[in-house]
Structures are given as C-alpha cells and as structure tokens.
Design a binder for this molecule. Sequence first.
Ligand SMILES: *Cc1c(COP(=O)(O)O)cnc(C)c1O
Length: 402
Amino acid sequence: MKNNYFVDENGFYGHFGGAYIPEILYKCVHDLQEAYLPIIESEDFKQEYRALLRDYVGRPSPLYFAKRMSERYGCQLYLKREDLNHTGAHKINNTIGQILMARKMGKTRIIAETGAGQHGVATATVCALMDMECEIFMGKTDVERQHTNVERMRMLGAKVHPVTTGNMTLSDACSEAIRDWCCHPRETFYIVGSTMGPHPYPDIVARMQSVISEEIKQQLLEKTGRDYPDCLVACIGGGSNAAGTIYHYIDDERVKIVLAEAAGHGIDTDYTAATMHCGTEGILHGARTLVMQTDDGQIKEAFTISAGLDYPGIGPMHANMAEKGRTKVLAITDDEAIMAGYELTRMEGIIPAIESAHAIAALKYLKPAPDDVVVLTVSGRGDKDVETYLNNKEKAGDYGKF
Ligand SMILES: *Cc1c(COP(=O)(O)O)cnc(C)c1O
C-alpha cells in the first residue's frame, strides 16, 4: 500500500493530528475546516496571494549555488534563500495567506504566538498592511532574548503580551494564545505560525509554505536540467519551512529528506528540544503528536539556544513521516549550530538565523556523492541572532577569532 503523507479527510496524518480542542472553539475550528480549501482554491485568493508574494515579499526567493560550501562538503549545494524574504524569514509566506483567509471569513482581530519573534513580526506586518487589530503572545524569556523583534512588532502597531507561565517560551505563548482565542472566538482569527495546532492548521500552513518547493522545482530545472534534487535539508521546529521545502517532493522517493531538530546540550541531557528523538505520543496544542513529556504526561520544558526551535512538540505531518521512515531526522547541538552559522557566514557571506544554522550543521552527516544535488533551505537571516553568535564566538574555532 502506498503511504499517504498528506492529511486525510478526518484531519489525521496516520495516527497523528486531529483537532483536540475545548468545546468553546468547536464552532470556529469547524468553520475554518469547512472554509479553508474553498478559499485557497478560489481564483480570487490565488491572484491576491500570488501578487503579494511577488510584489510585497519579493518572491521567487533565489536558489543560490554555494560554490565554496559545495567544495567543502563534496556535493552540489544549492541554498533556497528564504532569508531574503521581506521581514527576514519564511514566516511571511504563511501570514499573508492566513490574513487573506481571515478577511474572507469576516474576522476583525488577529492573534498569534511567537518564539524567536519572526512569526510575530510577519503577523504584525500583514496586520499593518491590511489594517487589522493585532495581538502577539510571546514568552517573557523570548521577549528578552529577541528584543529587537519585539520593538519591530510594536512599531508595526501590534500589542505584545509577555507570557510569564512555564519556562516563558514558545510553548507557553501558544497556550496563552489559545486561551485568548477561547475568550474571543467570534471575531478573532488565530494565525498559527507553524505546521502545528488542531486540524486544519497543519495543512493550511504546509500549503502556504509549499510555494518554496514549487519554486525549487522550477529553479532546479533551469539550473541543472533536472527538476528534483538528490537530497533536501531543512531545520525543523514545528515544521513549516521543512513542510514547504519538501511539499512537492513528498511522494518522490528519489529525493532523500533530512531534517535537523535542535538537540540543545544533547539528546541525552535534560536540556534539549529534539522532540522526534526524545518525544512520546501525546496531545499538545490541539493535535496528537510526539511530545516531550514526563512519564505521567506533564509537558517537559524544551531547551535550545534557538528561540524558533524551542518547542516540546512537532507538527503531526512530520511525526508521521519520521515514523514511516520517509524523513531522516538529525539532532544538532547548540555548539554545532553556532559553528555552522559562522561557517556559512565566512564561506558564503550569508549570516543565517540560528535556526537555519541547524540545517547547515546537518551537512557534515550527509555523506553525498560528488555530483549529488543537495538543496538546503536557509529559513531566515541572522540579524536577530548577532548577539547570540558574538556571545558564543569561542565555540567557532578560527572563525571566532576577531
Ligand atoms: C520560526 C522559524 C523556524 C522554525 O519554524 P518551522 O515552523 O519549523 O519552520 C526556523 N527558522 C526560522 C528562521 C524561523 O523564524
């Protein structure tokens, strides 16, 4: 039997996914389940979405042949440059789509969660563009470690709520956003930032990000004469840039898929965010998925240097693909990511987001043949992480001596 890696009619990916939500949200989640495909498939939506991606975000994002890194890793390495998008990451592809959807559904108030702040900035940006009220939930720890993004959100007109429950990071911000949604279900649209949450969010976000692999196909054909790579590499927090990178290749078994999750201090320590290595089945933020939890089901705190990957769950689509062996998942430590971030900076002149640096660090585990085409998504730019890189420069060997 052929594996199906896409969502089924009940909102599941294998036995992962679904919509486990409080009763008060049944109506708005059900309305969204009914509305999302007709909206996405309407000519109206397609035209407006495509025009904004082109003229406002700056798509297509370049597919760049990284010559020096190719030589170092012994393959033909192409970088998909999501770092060059307006607002600095892939998140804007999704927020543009979701705000158009919110408007079509007559919603007037937008809420969102954010970790590193990239999704918060992308949401605040489209709210300014569409003149919508915007409230962002962000863990207090992240408000402090990603504070330039907080200033950007405020400047864009969003109200930022620092969340002080739990370890005050992304997972707590999600919980708080869901609580707010429960209090104002009628007028509020929750713009979820990754392939997580109750059905249909993982499918909505994957479709919005699928423009990444749609472009890779065309760009690879132009550059190499073949529209598929031998291997795709992406970092994975909740799974949205990874979902976009692989979407049009999921059923193409010629294409190997390697995903890099954040190991923090290491998967054999308590300081990790490597959910697919360390998680067990459970329910988190509305979906059945792999979750880092104690034996009695308490959610464990995630830990990584990268605020955007600091999440104790994983999108259900990815839990299913990893279980079925379609993807290979590597756990990359903080130190490996720092080193890889410096390496890309010095070898190609590209400072990647610390999240994206996890994908770069995966290259040394690939063992490719010399003519293998590898496409790696640089999910975001590293402007927000300069302080983190500088504070850890002793871990970057010769690159850190300046
Ligand atoms: C948010 C973010 C991620 C992680 O989220 P995914 O949904 O897994 O893509 C990765 N990189 C950057 C730059 C981000 O902003």
